[in-house]
Design a protein around this ligand. Sequence first.
Ligand SMILES: *[C@@H]1O[C@H](CO)[C@@H](O)[C@H](O)[C@H]1NC(C)=O
Ligand SMILES: *[C@@H]1O[C@H](CO)[C@@H](O)[C@H](O)[C@H]1NC(C)=O
Ligand SMILES: *[C@@H]1O[C@H](CO)[C@@H](O)[C@H](O)[C@H]1NC(C)=O
Ligand SMILES: *[C@@H]1O[C@H](CO)[C@@H](O)[C@H](O)[C@H]1NC(C)=O
Ligand SMILES: *[C@@H]1O[C@H](CO)[C@@H](O)[C@H](O)[C@H]1NC(C)=O
Length: 485
Amino acid sequence: MATMITLPRPAFFTILFLIVLLPSACRCADPDPLQDLCVADLNASISVNGFPCKPLHEVKSDDFFYDGLSKEGNTTNVFGSSVNSGDVRVFPGLNTHGLSVNRVDFATGGINPPHIHPRASETGVVIEGKLLVGFVTTSHVLHSKVLKAGEMFVIPRGLVHFQLNVGKGKALFLAAFNSQEPGIVILPTTLFESKPSIPNAVLTKAFQIDEKFYNIVSVKNKEGFFAAGIQIDAVCNKFSVLLLKKMRSEGKLKEIEISTGDNFQGRGATAFGDLKKLMRSCQFRSACRCADPDPLQDFCVANQNASTFVNGFPCKPVPEVKSDDFFFNGLSKEGNTTNVFGSNVTAGNVLVFPGLNTLGISMNRVDFTPGGVNPPHIHPRATETGVVIKGRLLVGFVTTSNVLHSKVLKAGEMFVIPRGLVHFQRNVGKGKALVIAAFNSQLPGIVVLPFTLFASTPPIPNDVLTKAFQVDEKVISGIKSKFGS
Ligand SMILES: *[C@@H]1O[C@H](CO)[C@@H](O)[C@H](O)[C@H]1NC(C)=O
Ligand SMILES: *[C@@H]1O[C@H](CO)[C@@H](O)[C@H](O)[C@H]1NC(C)=O
Ligand SMILES: *[C@@H]1O[C@H](CO)[C@@H](O)[C@H](O)[C@H]1NC(C)=O
Ligand SMILES: *[C@@H]1O[C@H](CO)[C@@H](O)[C@H](O)[C@H]1NC(C)=O
Ligand SMILES: *[C@@H]1O[C@H](CO)[C@@H](O)[C@H](O)[C@H]1NC(C)=O
């Protein structure tokens, strides 16, 4: 629509920009290749960004073909779905090419539970069946549609999304990612089954439920998350199996047993050293590596009133730029923490501080009452680093391998949260707490999980959430009611 509408009040534009701008996720994908091919050397002993290249004379045509997506996955698990990843860990020819493909199978009623890919946008095509596909923007708007064979969807990087088989039979789709290894953060698993677990106090406050209730969720989930564990580890698992088979063929391993749940068991002294190395390589890998695009001039103060819509904001004409554009006092005041979470985020991003435009950086202040929680959330476009100014804060994030890293910090101590990963803070001190955080994006975006999952507009259908969290409808409606939907 080219029609220009003149709105009388600038505040309106701000809201408009909030709605229109926030949804776009991370704009860049994996780094570009620097040569024709760099087939992954999956057993190299050095660890680099991606994988080192195999020597050229060892490269075979087979490195550029992969048949692992040809077979239907086993959907006998609580979610009734199976994700088969064709990424660099099983298909070494993809290394440095910033691309991979998954196959996802569904039993009748099966769900691919709400999840996030920290390093890639996704586009997919339904091959068989009828799927409800949805994603939630950082403004908590749910975009969803029922698709049938031949129809496509796109999911911007770092946003929560899901698929549910709403047809009568099986369903299948193929999805492409602009990353050789997009990573996956499965929310039920990340929130309720990380190791060590996210403290109950964080979850009860974040989801506004009582502890008893949470325990029920957790117990009910025990069985289910075993299956989810298989899904999250599938890539690592397959990589392990390939490597183990190779080790066996090289006579390094006498016997191997591959069992679905427990990954594998191996025997032989050499094997164990290699297995440890392998498990380490299956652990946390760095998230999104690039930040906002580089500026092409000294400054480009955001013209938030401009009628054209570009990536970021157009620049104010230079003669109109004032020194005040480069200063902002909005972080000087304590936020009002009288709300259900007992915390308040005051953002110092490009929407309120136009001088940040194109500079790829911004800051927040977060205030906490005693016991206050900054609920589990994700920044789709930025890595975050913060310093505690006052109080004692438990700060934690969960990797794509479902490992929780957390620590109690006091004034002067810092933390870092890799882009796109689920994280939270909780005031565990006796008084108020305050943290100042910096982001490598002018507008990092925020996906607050309680709102995204339970208060989107329109709401995520209950059957998606009941199946994802393995609880009954009453529980889901109960949580939804706490967030006014
Ligand atoms: C893996 O390591 C073995 C020696 O440990 C080596 O012979 C082989 O070439 C390596 N594989 C690749 C793909 O480089
Ligand atoms: C699928 O997985 C289930 C549960 O792990 C298992 O019992 C069943 O044998 C598997 N089916 C096939 C065809 O592998
Ligand atoms: C936006 O327009 C208002 C008046 O309509 C003006 O006061 C304000 O400075 C403008 N903001 C920018 C960034 O140009
Ligand atoms: C955060 O604090 C500001 C300033 O006191 C207030 O306007 C805002 O409503 C608060 N936000 C929440 C979520 O309580
Ligand atoms: C903080 O927010 C609460 C709830 O909105 C309100 O009742 C209270 O007056 C606010 N406090 C201040 C200091 O603004």
